[in-house]
Write a protein that binds this ligand. Structure first.
Ligand code: SF4
Length: 738
């Protein structure tokens, strides 16, 4: 018999925003292709061959068991029945056309995911915003980094992450704020750990209410009071000013707003003792952190969901950025504020406009000329007038009956959104819910009127952008099972059935990517900075994001694309050149080219503690699971890390409730009327790393893996007023013996 052929290929891990390269060995015979081995891609700049346990377990989650393989439509008896693609797509297109006629395009919405590839996101954004004419397209990335996006825009004039991962290796001080890097971005943690070995002078500070595994490499730990981050960084700004540690030349030449930001910081007592009291940290440790930050130039501050998932997450992000701008610690090797995203393609979604407040290609609705420019480029008839509903608002609009049809792709909002019981009720009441999903155990399928089987990792083909702006190929290596199809294809087929054949007649992901890249450079000219506050025009706003040279890639060039950081330009020999670091020339995307320091008034969490809910609830990821576990729970190795939901409690909080380590406990919150919100049941883990008065629970468990493990049901849907990001780190609950 002929021997199976073997070949190698590279792709990208789908499990977090580090975006590690993965090398796979494939075996092909007459009937099928299989992945026979998998390792880190040594040539990928994100990981240089490393993988964490989730990435290395990818091949263990690829079985066809549990996959959705046929389109389904719910019949009049409420039963999902298998149908052909023709039937499902015709039904969606007809219902969308009908709703557009009777209720307007704004009655239709989409809720997407940072799991989608950039090509999927691009087609969705174009279909909904350009042709259906609704601005109501948002994404679960809203739960992840939306506050950092707004903070970037306020400070830099554009949603731009200045740093690269290699800055961690070139820094003198790395500060982790609200980031358990060891669990949530493990390969970056490995890089940082190695950097510390290679450079004994590198110092690491961890700022987090919980003692986490990231503290293993910390020189200094500040276990601050939850929500006091802005007070801490406002205090740092005042400390730098008081100790003569500002970069006056940088402030004068390249920024605006310093005086107002400092004045806002000084509205509260900025003595070390007062800040230490308000943040509930040791005053000597506080002073050490301030001294280290103020006296080092090469400082990277990594911030993540602990900062973003807050009703004042945007302000917290700006309080951090203010300190970097005040010290000129930006645009240099080993320096800058560095937002680390949770999802593999949170950044790619932002690039195409996959947030409700964006239009396309990093342009907002408010960007002068953006609607006309995008309308012309797409030849689109229906560009909305202004922003749509952000995630939490979107489900409230469904509850009110304003949204009549919702297309959910690659996410499980029935578990992952805050106040998820209310989200479920909204989904149940929505006249048309379409769910594109690869796994059969997504809880949201229970609310679907139409189920579309989607391709998954190793089948999907396209690009993702990681936390350091690096565009990488995620390659389609295996055939999707049964009738599963790519998300972009599903969207394009509906677009064509609605009469827009020319706009959606893509021959493959390479064609979509080329169009996306062309839009980034369409009528794009160098920005003209001038005095005043008039926003930069659409024709110049995309300077930072320009990837137009990638529009010249043919299919082979796209297939062979190596990781590259935007913005991208051509070198003298025609080679593609990415950009390691932004703002090296200290010119920003604001009207006058200056970065903005933003006055920040610290706020405490909005979910109030009470006699009935005296404990502060912190929700987050664990090391070996991803999102709502629909894929990672399929690996026994990954399940071994934490086999069931748990609640971490300080010993005194446990003792006060008669709870011992390993006991079963129940958590509940309260809604505005005082009624019980949520019912989370889990085993107690007593932890000395937990602050007294605070509890931690994992966010992953869905109804298929634990009957009472839904963390989101405990949280109120309170959001940051600028970013719309929910306050998932600051719930209010009580814990009782079960
Ligand atoms: Fe995948 Fe993130 Fe682990 Fe890298 S660090 S292997 S991207 S989960």
């Amino acid at each position: 018999a002929p021997q199976p052929a073997r070949c190698r290929a590279t792709t990208t891990c789908p499990y977090c925003g580090v975006g590690c390269g993965v090398a796979v060995e494939l075996e092909q015979d007459q009937d099928s292709v299989r992945i026979v081995s998998l390792s880190g891609d040594v040539a990928h700049p994100a990981n240089h061959g490393r993988l964490c346990v989730k990435g290395s377990a990818l091949a263990e989650t690829l079985s066809a068991d549990g996959r959705l393989t046929m389109p389904q439509v719910r019949d009049e008896a409420g039963v999902l029945r298998e149908v052909s693609w023709e039937t499902a797509l015709d039904l969606i297109a007809a219902r969308f056309a009908d709703l557009s006629r009777t209720h307007g395009g704004e009655s239709i919405a989409a809720y997407l995911s940072g799991q989608l590839l950039t090509e999927d996101y691009y087609v969705a954004n174009k279909l909904f915003k350009g042709f259906i004419g609704t601005p109501h397209l948002d994404t679960n990335s809203r739960l992840c980094m939306a506050s950092a996006v707004v903070a970037h825009k306020r400070a830099f004039g554009a949603d731009a992450v200045p740093c690269s991962y290699e800055d961690l290796e070139r820094a003198e001080l790395v500060v982790l704020v609200g980031s358990n890097l060891a669990w949530n971005h493990p390969v970056l943690f490995q890089r940082l750990k190695q950097a510390r070995i290679d450079n004994p002078l590198l110092r690491i500070v961890v700022i987090d209410p919980r003692v986490t595994d990231s503290c293993e490499i910390a020189d200094l730990y500040l276990g601050l009071r939850p929500g006091s981050d802005a007070r801490l960084f406002n205090g740092l700004l005042a400390y730098m000013a008081d100790r003569g540690r500002l970069d006056r030349l940088y402030l004068k030449a390249h920024t605006q707003g310093f005086d107002a930001a400092l004045k806002a910081a000084r509205r509260e007592d900025c003595s070390l003792a007062a800040i230490a009291r308000d943040c509930d940290v040791d005053v000597e440790r506080l002073e050490t952190f301030y001294y280290w930050f103020a006296t080092q130039l090469h400082v990277v501050t990594l911030f993540s969901q602990g900062v973003n998932q807050s009703t004042s997450g945007t302000d917290k992000g700006n309080a951090i950025i203010n300190c970097h701008l005040a010290g000129g610690k930006l645009g240099l090797p080993g320096a800058g504020p560095f937002s680390i995203t949770g999802q593999p393609n949170a950044m790619g979604g932002r690039e195409v406009g996959g947030l409700a407040n964006q239009l396309a290609a990093h342009m907002d609705y408010e960007t002068p000329g953006a609607r006309e420019l995008v309308g012309e480029f797409w030849n689109a008839p229906n560009i909305p007038q202004g922003p749509g509903h952000k995630a939490v608002e979107l489900f409230a609009a469904i509850e009110r009956g304003e949204i009549q049809a919702l297309w959910i792709m690659a996410t499980n909002p029935a578990v992952s959104l805050p106040d998820s019981t209310r989200v479920r009720a909204a989904l149940a009441a929505c006249p048309l819910v379409i769910v594109s999903e690869c796994m059969a155990d997504s809880d949201t399928l229970a609310y679907a009127d139409v189920v579309l089987p989607a391709s998954s990792w190793s089948e999907k083909d396209g690009t993702v952008t990681n936390s350091e702006r690096c565009i990488s190929r995620q390659r389609g290596l295996l055939a999707p099972p049964g009738e599963a199809r790519h998300d972009w294809w599903q969207l394009a087929e509906v677009g064509k059935r609605m009469g827009y054949q020319a706009a959606f007649g893509y021959s493959g992901p390479h064609a979509i990517f080329r169009e996306h890249a062309r839009l980034s450079g369409f009528r794009n000219v160098a920005p003209r900075h001038k005095a005043g506050s008039k926003p930069l025009a659409a024709s110049s706003i995309r300077r930072l994001f320009n990837i137009a040279p990638l529009a010249e890639l043919d299919r082979e060039g796209y297939d062979a694309l190596r990781p590259i950081q935007w913005p991208v330009r051509r070198g003298e020999k025609g080679e593609l050149i990415g950009t390691l670091r932004l703002f090296e020339d200290a010119t920003f995307n604001t009207p006058n080219g200056r970065a903005r320091l933003v006055p920040v008034t610290p706020q405490l969490p909005h979910q109030a503690l009470s006699d009935a809910t005296p404990l502060r609830l912190n929700t987050g990821r664990i090391r070996d699971q991803w999102h709502t576990m629909t894929r990672t729970a399929r690996s026994a190795r990954l399940m071994n890390h934490r086999a069931e939901p748990f609640v971490e409690l300080h010993p005194q909080d446990a003792a006060a409730r008669g709870l011992q380590d390993g006991a079963l406990a129940q958590l509940a919150g309260r809604d505005e009327q005082g009624s019980v919100r949520g019912d989370y049941r889990a085993r107690v883990r007593i932890s000395h790393g937990q602050r007294q008065g605070e509890v931690f629970i994992p966010m992953h468990w869905n109804d298929h893996f634990a009957s009472h493990g839904r963390a989101g049901a405990l949280l109120a849907g309170l959001v940051d007023p600028f970013s719309g990001q929910p306050e998932s780190k600051h719930g209010a609950v009580d814990v009782m013996p079960l």
